[in-house]
Design a protein around this ligand. Sequence first.
Ligand SMILES: [Zn+2]
Length: 306
Amino acid sequence: MAKKKKSKSTSTKSAPSTPTKSTKVTVTEVTTPIPTPTPIATPTPIVATPGSASELDYWRFTDQIYNNGDRDSTLNPDTSGLWEYAPEFVPLSRYDPRFNEIANAFHEGWIHQHKRADIIAIYHVDEEAFCMWQHGQKFNRYLKSTYGWTRPKLKFHGTTRACAFGNPGRPLEPCWNEQCHFCCILWRGFRLETAKFGGMFGQGIYSSDASSKADHYVKNLHNPFINQPRAILVCRVVCDKPQRVVGPDYHRRQPDSGYNCVEGLTKKDGGTVRYPETIVYREDAIAPVAVVIYEKEYIKAAKEAP
Ligand SMILES: [Zn+2]
C-alpha cells in the first residue's frame, strides 16, 4: 500500500474547539468569535513540466522512490477507475517449471551477440489475481473468443521503469508514478492511446520472441547505469493468425481481415526487420504475466560474430 507523506501538523489555532478529557478549557477565556477553520488544501499531484519548478520537485520525489523504496502517488487513484487494483506477483523458485519455461524463452530469445544477460529473478502473476484484474478479465474474454482457452504465446515487451519493482530486496508492488510505464502496465494493462506512434507497423502494441530485441526498450529511468538490474515484461499474446508483412507500414491501425496480429518478416525471410516482432492492435490481445529481472553486460566488439 502507498505510504502517506509525512506532513507537519497544522496550527492548533484553527482546530475545532471540542474539549477533550485531557484538555482544560475555560469558557470565560473565549471572548472573540472562533475563526472558521481553514480548509486543508487537497495535495496537488506533482507533475513534471519541463522547465518548471515542479520539475525539480518531481525529480526529488522520484529519487525518493528509487532510493528509499518509498511510495506515493503522482496520480489520483480516486478519479481514475482503473487504478484500483493490480494483480499480485510472486517469486518463482528455480525448480518451478514456469521458471524454466520463461528462462529458456529468455535465453533462446537473446540473439544479439554483442551483449549478454544473467537472470536474477523471475516473478509470476498470481493466476487467481490475474482473473480478478480488470485487464486480465478482458484478456481472458478475448482469448476465449479466439482460442477457446488454447494457450496463448509468451513474448517479451521492454519499457521504461521509474521505480525499483522487483529489484533484490525491493517490494513487489507497482508504484503510482505516471512516468513509470512499467507499473502503468501492471495497473492498467496495455493502452493503445499510449502505444508507439511512428512504429514501423503503425500504432499497435509491440512484443517479440527476441528478449534481446525487447531489451533495447528496457530503461531504468532514474538509474540508467549498465550494472543496474533491469526488468522486462513477459506477456501472453493472442497472435495465432499472424499477417506476415514484408515492408514497414507506419500508418497501420489493424491487421487485414482474417488476421489478429502483424508480424514483420525478418531480412532472413525476405522482409525488412532484423529481429522478429509481433504487433497486436487491440488492448485485450496482450497482458503481462511475468517479470524477468536480469543484469546485462556488453561484450567487446572484437568478440562479435562477423
Ligand atoms: Zn514503477
